[in-house]
Ligand binder design. Structure first.
Ligand code: GDP
Length: 451
């Protein structure tokens, strides 16, 4: 199956023009007048170095008024079949409610998405470009499909997506994306950790528990990379490192998982459970894996295994919490759950922590509240002056979730010290109660577009 890219957005934002630009041919009549376009169109095209299928969506038919159910259905179908969505807005017109509606469809689908703000050839597009951050689809690329501006950046972003997807396909991850019968996407979980901390035992305990509920005939496939299970009615997929290891044994490869395999598991997952051995917690390798998880921006839960071996449990838990705060400040407040994989205890609390970590990872904060926070954070602790001039922080918005990603517009982003960025992240974490989740905060040069 060829890699499919759907160009999505409300009518008249320039989807056809971009379609033609990427396809490298003039396939359709393009006109500024809405009402002239076409049904959904597809073409094979070469984008950068890759062969892809391009799909253009949501055309207007003569006589269409507003957004018709047909347009909605058509866009939904295109998103469902796509490997990547290129979401287009008209930066000159700014955001309109229809943009929000289409963006919500894209967010719900959970597909990889590139946000592009079109018609950026002039100054009139500036405010619209800022507004695009509000869609929660990541940072917008400024392009002009008609004038061919920013198409190189867009092509590069598409290439990266194709490359990431082909990596997933090789490792068999892509096939596990399918939704279950009710259409709910399973929450993807990986259990990672050093050798011998008890990963296989924990996976078996979680799947064993499941089997008691669902029965062996439920078709649990233990040799696939990911095993399905459910928790309180919610479908889950567990990246099965044990299965991976069995497969390697058959293939005659080394016993232990390499860093590459851990990374594969982390990239597969939405929530990563880092398993520690209570007798040797927070070793160098544990911290390295934690760092990797935070860098990849995944939701994290720390499980401390072999709890059955601990005598003074309260004291030990206090010590572990203190170590965690001190050694992993980048995920301050992360859940730390004692378990015994062998005895099968603590599993319910572990799963609750996983669900909660996923909730925080998906959080979306309103722009108004964020800007109130920014003002009070600045008042409590002003940004420093660099070479005699105070750096001004003007505006903040959440550009993305999974992980929560914020963009702060300021006068001199390069001059703001890292320590101040850390202060902002910690303050944000506390104010909006986001313990443990990786938070991204990007600085961009610019003014508040709304004053
Ligand atoms: P992996 O390399 O991380 O997959 O670790 P394994 O699951 O193979 O477990 C390594 C060893 O730790 C085995 O001897 C397990 O029996 C033991 N182990 C796993 N979980 C527990 C536990 O909760 N308590 C105790 N006491 N031992 C455990």
């Amino acid at each position: 199956m060829s890699y499919t890219i759907a160009i999505v957005g409300r009518p008249n934002v320039g989807k056809s023009t971009l379609f033609n630009r990427l396809a490298g041919k003039r396939l359709a009549l393009v006109d500024d007048q809405p009402g002239l376009t076409r049904d959904r169109r597809e073409t094979e095209a070469m984008v950068g170095i890759y062969d892809v299928t391009l799909v253009d969506t949501a055309g207007l038919e003569p006589g269409d008024e507003g957004l018709t159910p047909r347009m909605r259905r058509q866009t939904e179908a295109a998103i469902a079949h796509a490997d990547l969505v290129v979401f287009l807005i008209d930066a000159r017109a700014g955001l309109v409610p229809a943009d929000e509606m289409f963006a919500a469809m894209v967010r719900e689908a959970g597909k990889p998405v590139i946000l592009a703000a079109n018609k950026c050839e002039g100054r009139a597009a500036e405010a619209g470009l800022y507004e695009a951050y509000e869609l929660g689809l990541g940072e917008p690329l400024a392009i002009s499909a008609e004038h061919g501006l920013g198409i190189g950046d867009l092509t590069e972003a598409i290439e990266q997506s194709v490359k990431a997807a082909s990596g997933d396909r090789e490792s068999g991850i892509a096939e596990t994306e399918e939704a279950d019968a009710e259409g709910a996407r399973p929450l993807r979980i990986a259990i990672v950790g050093r050798p011998n901390v008890g990963k296989s035992t924990l996976v078996n305990a979680l799947l064993g528990e499941e089997r008691m509920i669902t029965g062996p005939e439920a078709g649990i496939t233990r040799d696939s990379v990911a095993s399905p299970l459910s928790y309180q009615g919610r479908p889950l997929l567990l990246f099965d490192t044990a299965g991976l290891r069995r497969k390697m044994r058959i293939e005659g490869r080394a016993e232990e998982l390499s860093v590459g395999d851990a990374l594969k598991a982390i990239r597969f997952a939405e929530v990563v459970v880092l398993l520690l051995d209570v007798e040797h917690p927070f070793e160098k390798q544990d911290l390295q894996i934690a760092e990797l998880i935070a860098e990849e921006g995944r939701a994290l839960v720390i499980a401390v295994n072999k709890w059955d071996l601990v005598r003074d449990r309260e004291k030990r838990l206090g010590e572990l919490r203190e170590m965690c705060q001190r050694l992993l400040p980048q995920v301050k407040g992360v859940a730390l759950v004692p378990v015994s994989a062998l005895a099968g205890s603590g599993l319910d609390r572990l799963m609750q922590a996983v669900i909660e970590a996923d909730r925080l990872w998906n959080v979306r904060l309103p722009t108004h509240g964020l800007n109130q926070w920014l003002q009070s954070a600045i008042e409590a602790h002003a940004p420093p002056a660099v070479s005699g001039r105070r750096i001004k922080l003007r505006y903040v918005t959440q550009a993305n979730a999974r992980p929560p990603t914020f963009v702060v517009f300021c006068s001199r982003p390069k001059a703001l010290p890292d320590s101040y960025v850390r202060y902002l992240v910690n303050s944000l974490r506390e104010t909006f109660d986001l313990p443990g989740t990786p938070i991204r905060l990007h600085l961009r040069k610019g003014d508040n577009p709304y004053v």
